[in-house]
Write a protein that binds this ligand. Sequence first.
Ligand code: SF4
Ligand code: SF4
Length: 491
Amino acid sequence: MKKEAIKFGRRDMIRSMGATMALGALCPQRLWGASSKYQLTDIRVPMAPDNPAVLFDAAKCVQCGQCKTVCERMMSVSGFYDLAKSGDVPVCVNCGQCTSVCEGLALVNRPEWQAVKAAKAAGKTVVVSVSPSVRVGLAEEFGAAPGTFCEGEVVAALRALGADYVLDTCFGADLTIMEEAAELVRRVTTADRPLPQFTSCCPAWVKFCETWYPEMLPNVSSAKSPIGMQGPTIKTYFAQRKGLDPAKIFNVALTPCTAKKFEIRRPEMNDSGFRDMDAVITTRELADWMRAEGVDYAALKPSKFDSLMGEASGAGIIFGNTGGVMEAALRTAYWMVNGKNPPAELLNYGPVRGMGSKKKRAYVKQATLELKPGLPVTVLVVHGLAHVREVIERIKAGKLKATFIEVMACEGGCIGGGGQPRAKTAPYVSRAMRQARIDALYADDARGTLRFSHENPEIQALYRDFYGKPLSAKAEKMLHTQYVSRAKDLG
Ligand code: SF4
Ligand code: SF4
């Protein structure tokens, strides 16, 4: 009998028994080898108790097997290492996709909203930055249709919960584009670093590369993610302009992403002289926090972001979509090379948009365009780490060539992140839900008048008054980073 049939047979059995208890109580325990402390690893992912992104409660596990399926098939993490070789330490890229499919809610986002509340109570200045995908997710937690745009409600909810400032991480995305596009242009025109250049804004992808493909790290853009840039810029530039003591700022990223909980704790993320970002809460966690504090979503009056780091272009908004970072970067790379904005085609760049076909290879979107006459670039967009593994293997075998590759670990991009709302029934985050959120972010870009990162007046002011220009010494120090090989984690 096929593995799939066994799995669904087991789930059906649980349902027919009406079981709400952990099936672990009914089945003999199976161990990985003789000495592993993790149980039932033929059915579920082993989860380390100190995983910064995901919490596991064995008592709630109904052995649906979905965590293992998603980790293996979407992420190519489970099944690609051996506990017996890794010292019985689970390898995890912290994407949180297992929490999006777990039937018993045994695997959940590790919550941090209580830490934000405690910081506020301790007199800290709480600054929250909101990622693009949250504004097409939160409303679903309160019954709205997938993709309902709720930016103003998100800001209002954060103010109701006590945030002192609410900023837009799409501003950080615009900043990332300035640095990453400048880096791309430099690589293409001077060959100072190898091509293809990979995007670096997805911490699950970066950790995946560090673990399985450290030889590709020179190809990964050194630009930090939007949150990685937002953090130190708040504790320096923003603090100075607003007259705030950076030691008293508690920086919070509100994201669709559990892997950001790992990213902000990387030792190098302290370029402000402090820990750059202090906490990460996901869209789901915000909803939990609102319920716990009695914040009524329906009664919220939409509010606006605060100034200095609260304005964003449509290019920053579409960062949440697969293909969005690529399109945003191409818009600004074209401007950097030609000194003028690109043709309208790059304001709705079809070849890199959408989920792609369900056929495996079609998750890789590809296009070739001329940044200027005689300067062609081939771009690839890939989402779902299993597809990324395939792309890298093909590149290494010389079967695939590209100039610039956008990678997002989660299918559909961050709109499908491991901290985004789940539907009440399986598959919990459907393809249609992902597409609706994608459409909502593109619609917001299309209805705006500011669609280029380099035209964002707050970004222009930041460079004029603080960083100088993209890739300046100060920008390199604060906005760029380096990576480490984690190959030894595999044993
Ligand atoms: S967080 Fe991602 S990589 Fe880690 S166990 Fe869950 S699905 Fe696998
Ligand atoms: S695709 Fe987005 S949400 Fe998913 S792990 Fe990467 S950064 Fe996080």
